[in-house]
Design a protein around this ligand. Structure first.
Ligand SMILES: NC(=O)c1ccc[n+]([C@@H]2O[C@H](COP(=O)([O-])OP(=O)(O)OC[C@H]3O[C@@H](n4cnc5c(N)ncnc54)[C@H](OP(=O)(O)O)[C@@H]3O)[C@@H](O)[C@H]2O)c1
Length: 338
């Protein structure tokens, strides 16, 4: 089968298209013919061995000390089940599924365990839209619903509201009944359309100095602003940070011990319930994907480069279906969907 591969860690040009053996499946696995994957900052980190904060040692130990242990990238997928293992009862050949995996989604076929982060696709979505959901939506669910336990009527500030996680976090917070403020320097109209009542441009104003109080501040940008954000938090407010640094872990422990305003961080790991919850939220119309560009599999390096340097205004999709099945122009040009 055709697959994107990389033998070394590095910049997007380490990625190449190769012929590799099709995965075989065990009794508890599905073989998925991948139709779409998206390139995320998680993929970028795994490709470049750019593990943030305390993850620097653990990341190398888990994913390969000097070179990637798994050479096929891609952690988000949507596609069609073409075979199931003997013990699988949840799925059957012909089912359209989506979800997340450790590695290997930017290839024509992917083997996934049926009890892991895979679910039937939400009705009415195409493969690209389904593949674009689990990254931002799964993270937003873990942080806002499960960690911060956002309640109706609470005031929620999303730092990085225009980003891959932020776009879904705005929608989820709105769906949970919060009054949402987005912080970003672009796509203000989109962020409002996704559910924010207010938008703050961080290049002209500092939310920590604006005299407003929030119940939850969800910070998706790399800077730990817990100390600066304290005065913008309500007395029982929660500051959530996507980047797990030692400083933040220390503040998390201290604030858990002494109460009051809390610092929280964590890692959103895909699992069956999470992807099913994302499916249900999408089916209700509470969450939708925004797609910036689509690239065919053979241009996967360009897709990674665009994510890094292009400030994409939406998800960067890799269309994995073979050329004959792919909805691309004869020249294989990039489809700029939005
Ligand atoms: N812990 C976890 O489980 C987990 C899960 C998913 C992702 N992550 C990490 O979270 C990070 C964000 O991911 P993403 O996909 O959302 O990234 P992204 O698409 O690049 O979005 C980053 C956002 O940060 C905003 N931003 C940049 N500088 C800012 C500043 N100085 N002040 C306020 N906002 C600023 C940008 O807004 P403008 O461009 O509009 O200014 C943009 O909306 C990545 O590093 C990723 O690895 C962690």
């Amino acid at each position: 089968m055709r697959a994107a591969t990389h033998e070394t860690y590095g910049t997007p040009d380490v990625l190449t298209l190769s012929e590799v053996p099709r995965p075989t499946i065990g009794d508890h696995e599905l073989l998925v013919e991948v139709r779409a994957s998206v390139v995320t900052h998680g993929d970028r980190r795994l490709r470049a061995a750019d593990f943030p904060g305390v993850g620097v040692v653990v990341g190398r130990l888990m994913f390969g000390l000097f070179r990637p242990r798994h050479r096929v990238p891609g952690t988000m997928f949507a596609g069609r089940v073409v075979a199931v293992g003997k013990a699988v009862t949840r799925f059957a050949a012909g089912d359209d599924v989506f979800g997340s995996c450790d590695r290997g989604a930017q290839a024509e076929y992917l083997a996934v365990r049926a009890d892991k982060a895979v679910a039937r696709m939400p009705e009415g979505l195409d493969y690209a839209e389904a593949a674009a959901l689990p990254y931002g939506a799964g993270t937003a669910v873990v942080f806002l619903r499960d960690l911060a336990k956002v309640q109706p009527g609470e005031r929620v500030l999303i730092v990085g509201a225009s980003g891959g996680v932020g776009r879904l976090a705005v929608q989820l917070a709105h769906h949970l009944g919060a009054e949402v403020t987005g912080v970003c320097s672009r796509d203000h109209d989109l962020v409002r359309e996704l559910g924010a009542t207010h938008v703050i441009d961080h290049t002209v104003a500092d939310y920590t100095q604006a005299g407003q109080r929030y119940d939850v501040i969800f910070d998706t940008s790399p800077k730990n602003r817990f100390c600066a954000s304290r005065k913008a938090l309500a007395p029982k407010g929660r500051y959530l940070q996507l980047h797990m640094s030692t400083g933040l872990l220390f503040m998390m422990a201290m604030t858990a011990l002494f109460g009051g305003r809390r610092a929280l961080t964590g890692v959103a790991l895909g699992n069956r319930k999470l992807v099913e919850d994302v499916r249900d939220l999408a089916a209700q119309g509470a969450l939708r994907a925004v797609i910036a560009r689509r690239y065919p599999l053979e241009r996967v390096a360009e897709a990674h480069a665009f994510l890094e340097s292009g400030r994409p205004r939406g998800s960067v999709v890799v269309d994995v279906a073979r050329a004959a099945e792919r909805p691309l122009s004869a020249q294989g040009a990039i489809l700029q969907v939005a």
